[in-house]
Design a protein around this ligand. Structure first.
Ligand code: ZN
Length: 282
């Protein structure tokens, strides 16, 4: 896998000599996501620890990604959307010591969005749909909770070229009925538009799901998983390694949609988080 700096970095050029040296010495350059300690956000938590031995961190039973950037270890904590504001404890193991650190989760009010879909079964599924939905939920939950040890590829590029439409976290009503919040980011592009891997990873699942339509899941390492939904076409297979920019498929309107678009989801330690936090800052 290639690991890319977010962009030719001005801070790198301006960095003091010692920092520049430690960056040059690091075998992998990673770019941490933006620190946003809110429900559906990511907390970037500095950890003490010697350079040679990565600390370990977990939230409940879920291991957390730990990356090294600018000579520091950082735990990346995906904060579930239903987390209440207040302290959120993570467990850390570093240099033979165990400790607990608190992330101060701040409140965030996500706007309301009201949508109308044509297929009433996408709002109130039939009993046979419920069986399918439940089965698919189990499969997708397993994918979201994967954890592999290689350092994660955390510097993302937008997977499709187009305006961002529905943002992450919108509190949704379908045909007037409250449903789950929008746990991804929509890119408004037409059917057939290319969808590309935002970072290096491995395709871990392709499938057709009741709500999500044709979907591709990519594992970027250490519990960082991305998903591409409602596709018209899938051009990758399970187990396939992809590099940033490689084709995953094409935009479509499969599953529960109001029209063609790309729904891009990002999961960290099993929780859906805002994909925009992983994009290079303008
Ligand atoms: Zn969406």
């Amino acid at each position: 896998m290639r690991y890319l700096l977010r962009r030719p970095s001005l801070t790198f050029l301006a960095a003091p000599a010692a920092l520049a040296l430690s960056l040059l010495a690091a075998p992998l350059a990673q770019a941490a996501p933006r620190h946003s300690p809110v429900p559906g956000g990511v907390a970037v938590v500095p950890l003490e620890g010697a350079a040679e031995q990565a600390p370990r961190a977990s939230l409940g039973d879920s291991p957390l990604a730990v990356i090294r950037e600018n000579g520091r270890w950082l735990a990346l904590v995906g904060i579930p959307l239903d987390t209440l504001p207040g302290p959120l404890a993570i467990n850390v193991e570093t240099g033979g010591k165990r400790l607990s650190l608190n992330v101060a989760v701040q409140p965030k009010d996500y706007p309301v969005q009201r949508l109308t879909v044509k297929n009433p079964r996408h709002v109130n599924p039939a009993p046979e749909d419920e069986i399918r939905i439940e089965r698919e939920q189990v499969i997708q939950d397993q994918i979201k909770h994967r954890f592999t040890s290689p350092p994660p590829a955390t510097a993302f590029a937008l997977p499709a070229k187009g305006p961002l439409s529905s943002r992450f976290g919108l509190r949704r009503f379908f045909n007037g009925e409250p449903r789950r919040p929008h746990a991804g980011l929509d890119v408004a592009v037409g059917t057939g538009a290319p969808v590309a891997a935002p970072a290096d990873g491995v395709v871990v699942n392709t499938g057709n799901y009741f709500f999500n339509g044709n979907t591709v899941f990519v594992d970027h390492g250490q519990g960082l998983i991305s998903a591409y939904m409602h596709l018209s076409r899938v051009t990758v297979k399970e187990g396939q390694r992809v590099a940033q920019g490689d084709s995953l498929g094409a935009v479509g309107a499969t599953g529960r949609v109001t029209g063609p678009h790309l729904h891009w989801a990002v999961f960290l330690n099993g929780s859906a988080v805002d994909p925009e936090l992983f994009l290079a800052r303008p």
